[in-house]
Design a protein around this ligand. Structure first.
Ligand code: B12
Ligand code: SF4
Length: 432
């Protein structure tokens, strides 16, 4: 079958820019579409292409005309969901191919895609089931609803998403991502700050924790699935001379024995690369020796969700962590010389004093690259269920985590000015 996999363009919108002319909060992100490469890696008997509209905006039409795909798969996060539907409509109009959507938004809010332009919604880790769906379609059968994680759309009717709990087999780790399919876009996947090429590798999916704002639970149906050390090393090898590898896992260290073994294997393999990985602060505090080994292996930077600077704030998010462990982790990582990318979540409820407190905390700690987002009730999360009634902006284009979609306590312009100021201060001496 001829299959085209589509990565949407950067399409998030920015309230501070549109209403108040503050353009420093609008962010453009880039990196390879690993979800699509993973899916393609398991479609061995088919002709598969990837079009990356983040790297080459406006090229879908040309790809449809040239390739005439029979099936098109579209990925995307929540702020891309509206655009995914537009792309689906463009596909239907352009070539009438079967349209399948998947990814983090589809997994958390499948009903959103119950539209005429979409034929199937895939939820959870789609790698195995997508190949089965394609095979079923190729045989000309109407895919039975028994394919776990595949929902045929029924526009105008309520669709029911059965709970999917993915297993290790869904990772199909014996089949590597088809990295070669994005070769022509490679020069776009750079770590701008360092001017170095960066490649993505997935070593685990899901997360064992349950933070109320986090959409990751929908990725695997709540399970934490880690891949074998051998398959991870193999994928890094496939990225050949790319010097920086970003593990795109929500939590690379969720299974300690595996994480330890992976660190040692990376060290022994001496691949001469730098690694970026996500870790929780409590893991750093409990296992500094493991971080030391990872540092030897090439760990350059960690991404940590510190989120809040009070224990009550962390508890309200069900973060199951404490400020003390955040601060201790920062000290340990500073001492080891591992760069810290630190995520913090500002509440729309922030007053002047809250901005002052956060500015004070950031000023007192050495966090190399603070990432500041605004608390956003993402569809499908426990936070969304709690705050649904308080949402004032339902347009998903704004769900980029840099807009307040519930009312701000401060006047909006003041909120965004202080947010922009904090970000500017944080990024003044940023390094990676
Ligand atoms: C790498 C990454 C990016 C890359 C994506 C590269 C690309 N696609 O071009 C870049 C840097 C561009 C990016 C950007 C953003 N990101 Co981002 N990103 C990630 C990250 C770290 C990993 C994603 C990944 O590659 N996973 C590995 C792949 C293999 O897993 P996967 O994507 O889930 O795909 C599997 C399944 O979902 C399924 N699947 C996926 N797509 C499809 C499609 C079909 C047809 C099928 C059948 C199946 C299927 O099969 C895949 C293989 O198993 C995640 C966090 C995480 N750990 O997941 C955040 C994450 C996805 N990003 C997030 C966000 C919010 C953003 C941004 C808005 C910026 C921000 N504030 O962080 C922007 C959005 C871009 C824009 N402005 O339009 C959120 C999304 C939450 C949500 N519900 O929207 C996440 C979950 C992180 C978080 N903070 O919670 N991101
Ligand atoms: S925020 Fe981090 S620790 Fe919490 S559930 Fe999401 S991935 Fe896991």
């Amino acid at each position: 079958m001829k299959i085209l996999l589509v990565n949407p363009p950067n399409c998030g919108r920015s309230i501070p820019e549109e209403r108040f002319g503050i353009d420093s909060l609008k962010q453009i992100f880039r990196g390879e579409p690993l979800a699509l490469e993973e899916l393609a890696g398991n479609l061995v008997d088919h002709e598969v292409r990837i079009v990356d509209l983040k790297a080459a905006p406006g090229t879908l039409e040309e790809a449809l005309n040239r390739f005439r795909p029979e099936l098109v798969g579209i990925t995307g996060v929540t702020c891309e969901a509206n655009t995914m539907l537009q792309l689906a409509a463009q596909v239907k109009e352009g070539c009438g191919a079967v349209v399948v959507v998947g990814g983090i938004h589809a997994s958390n809010d499948p009903a959103f895609f119950n539209q005429r332009s979409v034929d199937y919604i895939v939820i959870g880790v789609g790698k195995r089931v997508f190949a089965r769906l394609v095979a079923t379609l190729e045989r000309g059968q109407v895919p039975a609803s028994e394919l776990p994680g595949v929902i045929p759309t029924r526009p105008g009717n309520v669709i029911r998403a059965a709970r999917v709990e993915n297993s290790h087999q869904d990772l199909v780790e014996e089949r590597p991502p088809a990295y070669q399919l994005v070769q022509k876009y490679r020069s776009h996947y750079r770590l701008e700050k360092l001017g170095l090429d960066m490649g993505f590798v997935v070593s685990a999916m899901g997360c064992p924790h349950r933070c109320s704002f986090c959409a990751i639970q929908g990725q695997t149906g709540g399970r934490y699935l880690s891949r074998s050390v051998e398959s991870v090393i193999r994928d890094i090898g496939l990225l050949k001379d790319i010097p920086v590898i970003r593990f795109v896992d929500a939590n690379t260290f969720g299974d300690l024995p595996r994480a330890r073994a992976l660190g040692r294997a990376l060290r022994d393999a001496a691949l001469n690369k730098h690694y970026l990985a996500d870790i929780r602060s409590d893991t750093v505090v409990r296992h500094p020796e493991m971080l030391e080994e990872w540092k030897e292996a090439g760990l350059r930077a960690v991404i940590i969700g510190f989120e809040e600077i009070s224990d009550s704030g962390l508890a309200a998010m069900n973060k199951a962590n404490q400020v003390r462990s955040n601060t201790e982790a920062i000290a340990i990582l500073n001492q080891l010389g591992i760069t810290i990318v630190g995520d913090f979540i500002l509440s729309p409820d922030y007053g002047e004093e809250d901005f002052d407190r956060l500015a004070g905390y950031l000023g007192s700690q050495r966090i190399d690259l603070p990432m500041l987002t605004v608390m956003t009730p993402l569809p499908g999360t426990p936070l969304y269920r709690r705050q649904q009634g308080a949402i004032i902006n339902h347009n998903l284009d704004y769900y980029t985590l840099t807009n307040a979609v519930t009312a701000t306590r401060l006047p909006e312009q003041r909120f965004y000015s202080r947010y922009a100021e904090l970000l500017q201060q944080g990024h003044e001496h940023a390094r990676l």
